[in-house]
Write a protein that binds this ligand. Structure first.
Ligand SMILES: [Zn+2]
Length: 168
């Protein structure tokens, strides 16, 4: 017991223990609180952005920015939305998300013409018209729907990582 008190009285010890307790407590609370469909959709979108980069990567891991044509490793690219990610109906649509370099993703207005050309060449004009229609719809995501989609995306990410020899 003597050694315990000596340890406890060491400078800084109490503070460290307190931080650990607080972290564990907030983790427990986060687990208990159910995630909203919006939060689940955001988590799903992040993985979908990863998946499109992995899928587009060649055997060396490189992929091309759909807006400017720059070639970079998938890990340096971003998954850029064609129709902005604020639109619920197209937020989790794979064809609406494509590899973009950081610069083009940030400068969305400047890079949009290049992105549009890519979309027309890849999916055709009718698909762009379809996207325009989707933009007018408000999609109410159900939790189960998002979770199923997310599971499928995770499975595909694992497949792509195996293909590219990336550690899981
Ligand atoms: Zn670019």
């Amino acid at each position: 017991m003597t050694s315990f008190y000596k340890y406890k009285d060491m400078p800084g010890t109490k503070q460290i223990n307190h931080d650990i307790d607080a972290k564990a407590r907030s983790k427990r609370l986060a687990k208990r609180k159910p995630k909203t469909p919006a939060k689940l959709a955001n988590e799903c979108a992040v993985d979908l952005q990863l998946l499109v980069r992995l899928k587009a990567a060649d055997s060396d891991g490189n992929c091309q920015c759909v807006s400017c044509g720059a070639i970079k490793h998938w890990s340096e690219m971003q998954g850029g939305h064609y129709v902005g990610r604020g639109v619920s109906a197209t937020k989790l649509l794979e064809e609406n998300i494509n590899p973009q370099c950081r610069r083009c993703n940030i400068r969305a207005t400047e890079s949009h013409v290049g992105y549009t050309l890519h979309m027309i060449e890849t999916y055709g004009v009718d698909f762009i018209k379809h996207l325009r229609q989707m933009m007018t719809e408000v999609k109410k995501w159900r939790k189960t729907e998002i979770l199923e989609l997310h599971e499928d995306i995770k499975r595909q990410i694992a497949e792509q990582k195996t293909r590219l020899g990336v550690g899981l």
